[in-house]
Design a protein around this ligand. Sequence first.
Ligand code: ADP
Ligand code: MG
Length: 316
Amino acid sequence: MITVEHLTKCYGDFTAVSDLSFEIEEGHVYGFLGPNGAGKSTTMNIMTGCLSPTKGRIRINGHDIFEEPEQAKRMMGYLPEQPPLYMNETPAEYLRFVGEAKGLKGCELQRQIEEVSGQTKIEQVKDRLISALSKGYRQRVGIAQALLGNPKVIILDEPTVGLDPIQIIEIRDMIKQLGENHTVILSSHILSEVQAICEKVLIISQGKLVAFDRPENLEKLLLASNGISFTAEASREEITKVLGGIDRITQWEIEMREDELAMISVKTESEDVKDICRELFFAFADEKKAILEMSSKKANLEDVFIELTEGGVSEE
Ligand code: ADP
Ligand code: MG
């Protein structure tokens, strides 16, 4: 549906987006996840034809966004990070203006305005000035304009930024609904948001694509973070022998303390960390070696994100 090939954008000497390649398939909700400054907005602006790349190619259903902009743009609705709303217009006037710019006319324009107003639940405020609307309603108007023309792909840049918790839930629910009939791409620097809404996640850090997978697979990616730490009364040799007998333990570190106790941390690719804890317990008990303390840690998307972006997390 959307093919991005070797996309690079430089601002002077600064490379904001570096050799980004990926493919978006029809009918899923995708999330661009990355700290502030990662290059999410730059990528979205280029994908929608609002900004030209330094290098690279974007095709929407086979149409190059710069060679055949009309066909390509017709398939996309875009809500930029700063929605271009006219404060002294009403949503009804604004949607009419955007609809006309998208080539809609007459009854069809009216029908679509009603449809998108219903989808984004802005009917009650459609005749108030946009300047008098809350940020949550303004964002809905922004999404409504993106939906005009019934584009296959909806691209939303940080759609929940600056909203209060209730508005965030409403907008997220709306996005999930849109995902039933559209391909949706949204950006966010909030992990839990992407985890809650998206089926596929692209993690972008310093202009580079560092991961592209389902949220649940990204958790697996950092297998090394699934770990167990424990303290045992045993020698290094004894511990090595016991651990060597447990298949699902892939790596370990042993630190001998002065009081003859060993601090051990093990890594496992196994999903079931509790089960490994049990196995460790009985394996040490069989050797008559006591485990005095044990704790486990299961990797989540947060760990993957921090690992992949090398700690460059935003101030959220
Ligand atoms: P994100 O949306 O992930 O926060 P952006 O795409 O907005 O990131 O920005 C990526 C990087 O490019 C940032 O370091 C930003 O400062 C820089 N940048 C963005 N737009 C411009 C511009 N017009 N001129 C110079 N640098 C820019
Ligand atoms: Mg941005």
